[in-house]
Write a new protein. Structure first.
Length: 565
């Protein structure tokens, strides 16, 4: 019962009220704040920020009144109404703490539950589901002390842990041998880091250089020993001041060492990158012409060609705001396609990654502020973000072969350094910690790592080294079904109730969310919405996708099935 489960319940009640059907509905969730899931948990600290502008959360619309089974479920305000959001397009975009959206989601769920509890047909069970078995076309769902029987099931269980990588396995063994060392295999919840939060003479390795690393970095440095202060409200330029002496060192690293790219400062600048409605319609029709036909294709040109055409127009329209060039639209399209094909492709219009990471972050901040000429790759990333909802809608449940699906998802994942970027202030905080000699980028690009009695020794290409006694893994697992190690998913796989769409992807589902079973098996009455269906659907990680048409499609399909029975 995270945000996707919440909207699924609302959509289900809406469809059931139209059909005048009244099934028994039971919800299983082990958390203390239904509606939020772990990502939006209300109790997480304020240092965990959302990476989507509050302006964009207009997509979380109000819930209309639902008349269901002789009870009236009142309407619930949209997120913007609830938090009384208003903003001038020239004012900087706001990015709230994640617990703020969590409070909204939990309040929205509670407004449902308080009414539904009047019905005998509704029950919330605060327990973790351990196993699911199919017996005589009935689903047996087991918690730690009870087995329940159902006709139909919707799984919206979100992020699941996977088998540790070979590197993490070695680290686990290493830490087991040396009790003075600490390894956090997951960055979340960040409150677990309390045991190192107030130690000031410690080197901490941070595996990963993405959004989770920024949450960890903030949590470890906002305390009695120091804090951030914005010294320029127009640019979010920030300093980190130390209120007590500290020797803390944060040492992030990743395979490519490339930093996140911040989102544009405000709506006015963001509109520079906005495709027209006609362009988005063109983009959608080009994708659907291929994704909904069963023709054999061997490339993703159907996606990249129309995207390059749109981005070429956007970049040329930047005129003096972009890097000066005299390229024709078709030349620029070719350049965009080269970059989409090869992230190491270099050109004077593309930001050079061979400069210092500090300078690279500064450049991207200044592009987001609109104060220096925009590089082509920055523009591509922002246009991609505007095109993502159209791509997610047009390409989900594509009829193309699974290798093409994997290529589309890989390109979307590569774009996320730009399209899922943090607020400018987050990247200014990274620079502030470097200036304060707390965070170092000396080892950020794929360092050599030796396991020693004192911990982890990182060595860079210039033979400089540092040793950490604490290591935090901030790399989130990809939803690769065959690698998931949570008991419930392993149980479903072992029982042949689910199968992956591709060895590197998630569960294969139909457009209405139900799992697709092997041809020699009976249909299984299990639907899966969200991250575990990655491959069948794309764009599963965005909060706005939790309130989208896919969830409504499932509710309609379930109620239709119920009526036909």
């Amino acid at each position: 019962m995270g945000p996707r489960g919440l909207y699924a319940l609302e959509s289900l009640l809406t469809e059931l009220s139209k059909a005048r059907e009244r099934p028994i509905i039971h919800i299983f969730d082990a958390t203390s704040s239904p509606g939020t899931g772990n990502v939006w948990d209300k109790s997480q600290p304020d240092s965990n920020w959302i990476n989507i502008t509050e302006r964009a959360l207009a997509g979380i619309e109000k819930r209309p009144q639902i008349n269901y089974s002789n009870v009236i479920i009142g309407e619930f305000p949209s997120y913007h109404e609830w938090c009384q959001f208003s903003q001038n397009s020239d004012k900087p975009d706001s990015f709230s703490a994640r617990n703020k959206l969590g409070n909204y989601l939990n309040a929205r769920y509670k407004s449902l539950e308080v009414v539904l509890n009047e019905l005998e047909s509704f029950k919330f069970i605060k327990a973790e589901v351990r196993s699911i078995n199919l017996k005589d076309q009935k689903l047996e769902i087991a918690t730690h002390n009870k087995v329940w029987t159902y006709d139909d099931l919707l799984l919206t269980i979100g992020h699941q842990s996977t088998m540790p990588s070979d590197q993490l396995k070695k680290w686990q063994s290493h830490v087991a041998s040396y009790k003075s060392l600490t390894l956090f295999e997951n960055a979340y919840p960040v409150t677990q880091l309390n045991i190192v939060k107030d130690k000031t003479n410690i080197n901490i390795g941070l595996r990963g250089f993405g959004l989770a690393m920024i949450d960890v970095m903030r949590y470890l440095t906002i305390n009695d020993f120091g804090n951030f202060k914005v010294i320029n409200k127009d640019t979010f330029e920030t300093i980190y001041y130390k209120s007590k002496v500290q020797e803390l060192k944060l040492i992030p690293f990743s395979l490519d060492g490339l930093p996140l790219v911040p989102k544009p400062l405000n709506e006015s600048i963001d509109l520079w990158y906005q495709p027209t409605k006609e362009e988005l319609d063109f983009f959608k029709s080009e994708i659907e012409a291929v994704s909904q036909q069963s023709t054999e294709i061997d490339s993703i040109d159907f996606l990249t060609n129309p995207f390059a055409k749109i981005t070429s127009r956007v970049y040329l329209d930047l005129k003096g705001k972009g890097i000066a060039n005299s390229l024709s639209p078709s030349d620029l399209e070719r350049l965009i396609l080269s970059w989409l094909t090869d992230e190491n492709f270099s050109h004077p219009l593309i930001q050079d990654h061979n400069i210092s990471t500090y300078k690279l972050i500064q450049n991207y901040i200044n592009m987001a502020l609109g104060t220096i000429p925009i590089s082509l790759d920055f523009c591509i990333g922002q246009v991609w973000r505007h095109c993502q909802p159209t791509l997610y809608k047009g390409f989900s449940h594509a009829k193309v072969n699974t290798d093409i699906i994997e290529k589309v998802i890989a390109l979307d994942e590569r774009s996320k350094r730009y399209s899922y970027g943090p607020p400018i202030e987050s990247m200014q905080q990274v620079l502030a910690l470097i200036d304060a000699d707390i965070l170092t980028l000396d080892f950020v690009t794929d360092p050599n790592i030796d396991l020693v009695a004192e911990g982890w020794t990182l060595t860079n290409s210039e033979s400089k080294s540092v040793t950490c006694s604490v290591m935090i893994n901030s790399v989130l697992d990809a939803p690769k079904l065959l690698d998931i190690n949570t008991p419930l998913i392993k149980n479903l796989l072992q029982n042949d109730l689910i199968q992956p769409i591709h060895s590197k992807l998630g569960i294969e589902t139909s457009p209405d969310g139900y799992v697709i079973t092997p041809e020699d098996k009976d249909d299984v009455p299990i639907a899966v919405l969200g991250r575990l269906a990655k491959g069948s659907v794309i764009g599963v990680d965005a909060i706005l996708e939790c309130f989208g048409p896919r969830i409504e499609d499932w509710a309609k399909a379930y109620v239709s099935k119920l009526k036909s029975n």
